[in-house]
Ligand binder design. Structure first.
Ligand code: 5GP
Ligand code: SF4
Ligand code: MG
Length: 455
């Protein structure tokens, strides 16, 4: 998600911002822009570059814009749910974008429909739009606060009106969201790498439960929820974010490297080389090598023209994707005992393929080390990590996983090790969300609530 206020090329800058955030979603992209009196929208079901290939930026003129890249949930890939969503009315229009998930969407949708609202998409974002629109409150700000107080979830939220922009972060700050400055204007992004690309400077993190209003007189801040400790998503550091981003004041590469260092302390291996699965586990592999004294080598290389394997719709395509994407470097692994670092195991597809690939290339032994704890529970906060049935660690022990992926040994980073790599002095009073690894959900889903009632 990206937003900008106070720049004459707002839509174009948003396009560049979304480029930097492309890794966060490849299934669609959109930009809504305001010229002070009208909102315009341009969106498509494709990569940022393709969606804006035929866009005319002079036509999308305006001083403010919000943009979004879509991380598709299966079967709802229609253009109508590509964000931002734009709602027009006689009293003014609004464009909304949300990253994350509204967990009580089903209940809220029921209430809205009972009240006569007709929802057109399956998107959580539309629910928020209706809640805001139906509010009897006097100001939009009050209406947003009322709506957000009805919502349970983990989200970063942007809303653009003709003459102002609103920015909000969920009460536990599970999703990342930063604010920066570009000249006299303001920029908002899920990751700070978007600021670097457009030459903006980082100002601060948006706080949990905070609602910012940005207009031509500047930024004002208020809270729709307060007093909660931040629990930023651990997987953002493990896998999702770009290494050059700083999330919650901690650099992602540095934190990944520390995961590797901790992993080497917790789970040493007797080996000749350390290698990582590009790109997301390279930082952890460097850390593991540094700590263990075993040299880091590029044992696996990546075809850079193929997208992220995980985000393919079917298992069949995913398996094919891995084959097309990664190749072993025979000269590096042949005859060697290899430590193979990956950032995470979800279904086990990547690890199984890579172990086989490295062994086929002549490696004597392959010791798999995973720079995060086993993923055993689903994520309800907007990361599509699939169901329990598909999660290999939810169904098999580490020994069984080792056999299944054909490795000589397997070990994971501990939850303590992960926390140590993410929580720093400045954030010492905070925690992280590690619900997919521990089942300890910072915001309870109805299903988990029922379960804990029964216990
Ligand atoms: P698996 O192949 O075990 O199903 O998934 C783990 C691999 O997919 C890792 O190499 C990781 O880098 C990559 N991956 C891609 N998308 C995601 C995601 O959203 N979450 C996690 N944990 N890993 C992902
Ligand atoms: Fe992130 Fe996992 Fe928490 Fe989801 S459950 S927000 S992926 S740490
Ligand atoms: Mg990977």
């Amino acid at each position: 998600m990206f937003g900008i206020w106070g720049h004459h090329k707002a839509a174009e800058i948003t396009y560049y911002g979304l480029h930097a955030l492309q890794h966060r979603g490849q299934d669609g992209a959109g930009v809504a822009v305001s010229d002070g009196s009208t909102l315009k929208l341009h969106r498509g079901l494709d990569l940022v570059n393709d969606v804006f290939k035929d866009a005319s930026f002079p036509e999308l003129n305006g001083h403010a814009a919000i943009g979004h890249v879509r991380y598709g949930k299966k079967a709802e890939d229609e253009i109508d749910s590509v964000q931002p969503l734009l709602f027009r009315s006689q009293t003014g229009s609004m464009a909304l974008a949300l990253v994350g998930s509204i967990m009580n969407a089903y209940e809220l949708k029921g209430e809205l429909e009972e009240d006569g609202s007709i929802l057109q998409t399956s998107s959580d974002t539309e629910i928020l739009a209706h809640l805001i629109k139906r509010s009897k409150k006097e100001t939009t700000e009050e209406a947003i606060i009322e709506a957000l107080q009805k919502v349970t979830g983990a989200y970063a939220f942007l809303m653009l009106k003709e003459d102002r922009m609103y920015v909000a972060l969920d009460p536990k700050g599970i999703r990342p969201l930063s604010i920066g400055k570009l000249g006299s204007g303001y920029v908002i992004a899920s990751e700070t790498c978007a600021f670097d690309l457009i030459g903006a400077s980082f100002e601060r993190e948006v706080s949990p439960g905070e609602l910012l209003t940005i207009n031509n007189t500047g930024v004002t801040s208020t809270y729709f929820s307060s007093g909660e400790t931040r629990r930023i998503c651990g997987m953002e550091y493990v896998y999702l974010s770009r290494p050059d981003s700083d999330l919650n004041y901690v650099n992602v590469h540095t934190s990944r490297k520390e995961m590797g260092i901790e992993l080497a302390k917790e789970a040493p291996a007797e080996a000749d080389v350390v290698t990582g699965v590009p790109d997301s586990s390279i930082s952890a592999a460097i850390g593991y090598a540094e700590q263990s004294g075993i040299p880091y080598e590029m044992g696996v290389i990546k075809n850079r023209y193929i997208g992220r394997t995980f985000i393919q719709p079917s298992q069949e395509l995913r398996e094919q994707g891995v084959k097309m994407k990664l190749s072993p470097v025979r000269g590096i692994v042949e005859g060697k005992r290899v430590v193979m670092i990956d950032d995470s195991i979800v279904r086990g597809t990547t690890s199984r393929r890579i172990v086989k690939m490295i062994k086929d290339a002549g490696a004597k032994e392959v010791h798999v080390r995973i720079a995060s704890p086993p993923i055993e529970s689903p994520c309800y906060y907007g990361i599509d990590m699939s169901t329990r049935e598909e999660l290999i660690a939810a169904n098999y022990s580490v020994d069984e996983i080792c056999k299944q992926i054909g490795a000589d040994s397997v070990a994971y980073l501990s939850t303590k090790g992960l926390e140590k790599a993410i929580i720093k002095k400045r954030t010492a009073s905070q925690g992280i969300c590690n619900a997919c690894m521990t089942g300890n959900y910072p915001v309870l889903h109805q299903k988990e609530k029922n379960k804990s009632c029964m216990q």
